[in-house]
Design a protein around this ligand. Structure first.
Ligand code: COA
Length: 320
């Protein structure tokens, strides 16, 4: 059995910040941000990660014609949960009334939705689950330093979801990997070590720190490699893929990846201009937008690919 996406959903906050808004307190400009990243604006949420995840999840279940009672497993890719515990997935379960579901958050930053989808495939193909709700949800606005022009211009908030069920077709091949040795190139500290026997060893804020050029180089080298590997594993040539749904980190990264792979840009949809980088939410939000525009045709083959902190990457080929 394979994991097949039957429905998608997404939620984007009402409020958004344009590049010009940021330039009111940062030494930056609309022209600089657009040229280097392709980003024009990004959403910032008034709600937390779980609330956005619930809205995306409801839309995905409705779109797929699946009831909350049918869900065996809820997987949420996120690096910005509202609490260390309960998990976002448990909060989603409660809000949906998906009482039969086991719940698990997956921390793989911008690769989180891909890692969660591949986990869904593993549960479904092994027979451990039949219906799985996979969500990518992030409130990146809570972990960016709004005074750091090198990072805060890049990220945005949002949530996307996919409802999957066991079927004859669906996810055909998966490629995942990590390079922990380069992890500090994109980091965000949690709480300091502090207990009765140990004084705090560091006093950092929980803000994202990034070596932008290192991440850029990582992405333009790693993404073509993972896409080639997953296509080979599926035994499907790139020409047969209708859409390459990439993590929306940077327009220049995607142009470079497409050129390396020899893919026409018409097959590389982008929403980064409107959304910025929503980490684990980027791929499912874009997928939902394509689905709702009627651009995804049953039977066509897609590649989904995410990459980012960890450092990590995950790609898969699926039959829509
Ligand atoms: N506005 C104006 N100037 C900015 C700026 C901003 N928002 N951010 C950085 N700068 C400045 C730097 O301070 C630097 O100034 P200096 O030359 O006076 O020191 C200059 O622009 C060049 O900085 P640099 O970091 O070399 O720019 P870059 O061309 O590498 O672009 C990124 C920076 C972040 C856009 C780019 O490295 C990138 O996109 N990397 C990938 C990041 C990413 O996608 N992360 C998430 C992965 S999931």
């Amino acid at each position: 059995m394979k994991a097949r996406i039957l429905g998608t959903g997404s939620y984007l906050p009402e409020r958004c910040l344009t590049n010009d808004d940021l330039a009111q307190w940062l030494d930056t400009s609309d022209a600089w941000i657009r040229e280097r990243t392709g980003i024009g604006r990004r959403y910032v949420s008034e709600a937390g990660t779980a609330e956005m995840a619930v809205r995306a999840a409801k839309a995905a279940l409705e779109n797929g014609g699946i009831s909350a009672e049918e869900v065996d497993l809820i997987l949420v890719g996120t690096m910005t949960p509202d609490y260390f515990c309960p998990s976002v997935s448990c909060q989603v379960q409660c809000a949906l009334g998906a009482d039969r579901a086991a719940c698990l958050d997956i921390s793989a930053a911008c690769s989180g939705f891909l890692f969660a989808l591949s986990t869904a495939q593993a549960y479904i193909s092994s027979g451990m689950a039949e219906t799985v709700l996979v969500i990518g949800a992030e409130t990146m606005s809570r972990v960016v330093d709004w005074e750091d022009r090198g990072t805060c211009v890049l990220f945005g908030d949002g949530a996307g979801a996919a409802a999957l069920q066991a079927g004859e077709t669906g996810i055909l091949a998966v490629d995942m990997g990590c390079r922990g040795s380069k992890g500090m190139a994109l980091s965000c500290p949690a709480v300091p070590l502090q207990n009765p026997t140990e004084r705090a060893r560091y006093e950092e804020n929980s803000f994202i720190r990034m070596d932008g050029q290192e991440i850029f180089k990582f992405a333009v080298r790693t993404v073509p490699d993972t896409v080639r590997r997953v296509l080979q594993a599926a035994g499907i040539p790139a020409e047969e893929i209708s859409h390459f749904v990439f993590h929306q980190a940077n327009r220049r990264i995607l142009l470079s990846v497409a050129k390396n792979l020899g893919i026409p840009m018409e097959k590389v949809p982008m929403n980064i201009e409107r959304t910025g980088n929503m980490s684990a939410a980027s791929v499912p939000v874009l997928l939902d937008e394509l689905n709702r525009k009627g651009e995804l045709v049953r039977g066509e083959k897609l590649v989904l690919s995410g990459f980012g902190a960890g450092l990590s990457w995950g790609s898969l080929v699926l039959e829509w």
